[in-house]
Design a protein around this ligand. Structure first.
Ligand SMILES: [Zn+2]
Length: 328
C-alpha cells in the first residue's frame, strides 16, 4: 500500500533510531496483505465457514475462531513462517466489548513467581496458580526440535521440514501461552474491582540468574493484559513502585524484615510471631494496597502501623484455565 511506505518514511525521519528505513519483504518473513471492503466485496458465511474475498469468487474455507456482528472494514491475510494462513477481519461494531460483570471482590494482590506462576489474595483468601504444564512439556519438545533442525543441512528438503516443525512448535507455545494469560487476566479482572501487582523489573533483576525462566513465564505480557483489560472493564490497575517491600513486610503487624533473602520461602515475624509463606505474604500486602486509597503511595500506606490483622479464609478453588489453540 502506498500509505504504508509513506508512513514508514515519515516515521523514519521523525525518529531514526526507532524506525529503520523501510525494507523489502523477505520470503521467509511473515507475509501479508490487506484488502478493504468496498461494495460488500468481503463477506463471511458463518454456516459454511467460508470467507469471500475480492477476486476470489468461490471463497476460501476457514476455521472461524468466533462469530461477530457489524460491518467488515478490511481483511488482512497473512502467512506465518510455520506455513499457515490467517485471516484477521477488522469489524466496525457498536458494542466492542464483552459484558461487564459486577466484581465479587473489592481488591486483589498478585505476587508473581518462579515456583508458582502467581499467588493471588482477594476478599476470599489466597490461592496459588501453577505454571501451565503443557508449556513446560512444549518447551522440552521445542528443544528437541531445535536440535534436530540444527543438525540438518541448510536449504535441504529435510532441513526445510525440520524448520517447519520447529516453527509450528514455536507458534503452538506462543498461542497456548497467550491463551492462558488472556483467560487468567480476564478472570482476575472480572472478579476484582482493584488489581494490584508488583514492579516486576525489580524481580527480574534480583533473579537474573534465572533470566530464562523469567522471560518464559510471560510476566510482562500478563501485566500488560491486566492493564488494558482493567481499562476496558472499568477496573483499577495499580503497579506498586519498586521501593514497596511486598515480601519483607509482615502483613499482620507491618514489621519489615530486612534480613529476608531470596532463598527464604517462609519466615517467622519476630514481633507478632506469625509464620509467613513468602509469596502469600507478598500478595496479601499487595491486596492491602488495593484496599487502601489508590492516591496514597503504597510505601506510605504500608508503613502505617494500625493495620488490623485480617482473618483470611482459605479459598481452595483455583481456576487454572488455558487450552491449546494452535490451529491452521
Ligand atoms: Zn508481624
Amino acid at each position: 500500500m502506498q500509505n504504508h511506505i509513506e508512513n514508514s518514511f515519515r516515521n523514519h525521519f521523525k525518529n531514526r533510531k526507532h524506525f529503520k528505513l523501510p525494507k523489502f519483504k523477505k520470503k521467509k518473513d511473515r507475509q501479508s496483505y490487506t484488502t478493504y471492503n468496498v461494495n460488500n466485496s468481503i463477506k463471511v458465511d458463518f454456516e459454511k465457514n467460508i470467507l469471500y474475498l475480492p477476486k476470489l469468487r468461490e471463497g476460501v474455507k476457514i476455521e472461524l475462531h468466533r462469530r461477530f456482528d457489524g460491518k467488515i472494514k478490511s481483511v488482512t491475510i497473512s502467512k506465518t513462517n510455520d506455513g499457515r494462513y490467517y485471516a484477521s477481519i477488522l469489524v466496525e461494531t457498536e458494542n466492542p466489548r464483552n459484558k461487564v460483570v459486577e466484581p465479587k471482590s473489592k481488591a486483589c494482590g498478585i505476587d508473581l513467581g518462579l515456583e508458582h506462576f502467581a499467588t493471588v489474595t482477594n476478599d476470599f483468601g489466597s490461592y496459588k496458580l501453577e505454571h501451565p504444564k503443557y508449556l513446560r512439556l512444549g518447551e522440552e519438545r521445542l528443544k528437541r526440535l531445535q536440535r534436530h533442525f540444527s543438525r540438518k543441512q541448510k536449504g535441504s528438503k529435510n532441513g526445510e521440514k525440520a524448520r517447519l516443525r520447529l516453527a509450528r512448535q514455536h507458534a503452538y507455545i506462543t498461542n497456548a501461552c497467550n491463551d492462558f494469560l488472556h483467560k487468567l487476566s480476564k478472570a482476575i479482572i472480572d472478579e476484582n474491582q482493584v488489581v494490584v501487582v508488583e514492579d516486576i523489573h525489580v524481580k527480574g533483576l534480583l533473579k537474573s540468574r534465572l533470566a530464562k525462566s523469567v522471560a518464559d513465564s510471560g510476566w510482562a505480557k500478563f501485566l500488560s493484559y491486566l492493564k488494558y483489560k482493567a481499562e476496558w472493564y472499568g477496573r483499577t490497575f495499580i503497579q506498586v513502585d519498586r521501593f514497596f517491600p511486598s515480601s519483607k513486610l509482615c502483613h499482620r503487624c507491618g514489621y519489615k524484615n530486612d534480613d529476608l533473602t531470596l532463598n527464604d520461602r517462609t519466615w517467622c515475624c519476630p514481633v507478632c510471631g506469625e509464620t509467613h509463606d513468602r509469596d502469600v505474604n507478598a500478595s496479601v500486602n499487595l491486596y492491602f494496597v488495593g484496599l487502601g486509597r489508590p492516591e496514597v503511595k503504597p510505601v506510605e500506606r504500608a508503613l502505617v502501623n494500625d493495620r488490623s490483622p485480617h482473618g483470611l479464609p482459605k479459598k481452595p478453588s483455583c481456576d487454572e484455565t488455558g487450552s491449546s489453540t494452535a490451529k491452521g
